[in-house]
Design a protein around this ligand. Structure first.
Ligand code: 3Y8
Ligand code: NAP
Length: 248
């Protein structure tokens, strides 16, 4: 009898939850608790950390979880590493639902970097108007370059003071090309800093940058442990032994 744990928090995880629910499978959806009002799911939902890999292993045993699907974001590296360790420890089948990274196409002006420090170093010396589309958790290092006019985008309003002077857009996406073009042109954006998240929910800013001929400092994904992977909800449903529903 299947009892699946979906490590969620992304558009792909939401599509999977919809399919799992419609297939009538017993499953739990898990959020990390990063946002104030996460999207509702058609499955029983838990919010917050497990307490490291050992906490997750305990949860798997206590809840009699039979399958784990890591449908977290490609940059949620700690959660993904914990899932590999906990499933190995508890002998639980694990699959990672991982969307392909965006590939540079002709017309893209990308500066590909490995980490945030390199992204900060890739900015010009002279004052520029910079859109940091990397969320809230990793912006502090940009305080080393206060000469720029920064625009940030968060899911929720900032709780405390920011590490540097910046305009903040509060919006949870997914974003459209029209909205991104309007935002970048009205704010005179000259540089974009982004993560190579892949998927459709965040790619509009990349397409808008290409249209406007703007440079994108593109953060590469963290290395994750090897293991079974699926690039689509259909593949995950097959792994669970159930055909996907329409629209997967
Ligand atoms: C809490 C769940 C849906 C899912 C929406 C996707 C698409 C929009 C693009 C930009 C980039 C960013 C950020 C982003 C995107 C989707 C998807 C995606 C990027 C929610 C969600 C949770 C989070 C957490 C949040 C992080 C932040 C990252 C904003 C829900 C809306 C920048 C990643 O304030 C914070 O602390 C926010 C933290 C982790 C990265 C960061 O370090 O700040 N996502 N995003 C999940 C949880 O608690 O478990 O609230 O409903 C999900 C989505 N975010 O409804 O269709 O699937 O990728 N999320 C990045 O790509 O760099 C925005 O602004 O262009
Ligand atoms: P992270 O740095 O990899 O995880 C840090 C810790 O947060 C984990 O060790 C775990 O705590 C807890 N956690 C993370 N995701 C969880 C989940 N789905 N369920 C339960 N606990 C979770 O993760 P993150 O980058 O902050 O991402 C947090 C959430 O936002 C994830 O759901 C992810 O899918 C979503 N998200 C992230 C990004 C991004 O850019 N990182 C983008 C879009 C959506 P314990 O160790 O205590 O178990």
């Amino acid at each position: 009898m299947i009892r699946a744990l979906i490590l969620g928090g992304t558009a792909d995880a939401n599509l999977l939850a919809d399919n799992v629910s419609r297939a009538g499978l017993d499953a739990i959806y898990s959020y990390g608790g990063r946002t104030r009002a996460p999207a509702n799911q058609p499955l029983p939902t838990r919010v917050g950390g497990f307490g490291g890999a050992s906490g997750l292993a305990d949860y798997i045993r206590r809840e009699r979880i039979t399958h784990v699907i890591d449908a977290t974001h490609p940059f949620a590296a700690e959660m993904s590493r914990n899932a590999v360790a906990a499933c190995a420890d508890s002998g639980t089948p694990l699959i990672v639902l991982e969307r392909a990274p965006w590939a540079r196409t002709s017309g893209d002006n990308w500066i590909e970097v490995a980490d945030i420090a390199s992204a900060v170093a890739a900015l010009p010396e002279h004052r520029a108007r910079v859109f940091l589309a990397i969320g809230r958790q990793h912006i502090a290092p940009f305080a080393a370059r206060p000469q720029h006019a920064y625009t940030l985008r968060f899911v929720d309003p900032p709780e405390g003071p920011l590490p540097f002077d910046a305009d903040v857009i509060v919006s949870r996406g997914p974003f459209t090309l029209e909205d991104e073009l309007e935002m970048m042109q009205s704010r005179g954006i000259e540089w974009i800093v982004a993560r190579n998240s892949g998927g459709d929910g965040a790619r509009a800013k990349i397409d808008a940058a290409r249209t406007l001929g703007l440079p994108v400092i593109m953060l590469a994904r963290p290395q994750l442990p090897d293991g079974p992977r699926a690039e689509s909800v259909t593949e995950v449903m097959q792994w669970l032994g159930h055909p996907a529903c329409l629209g997967a």
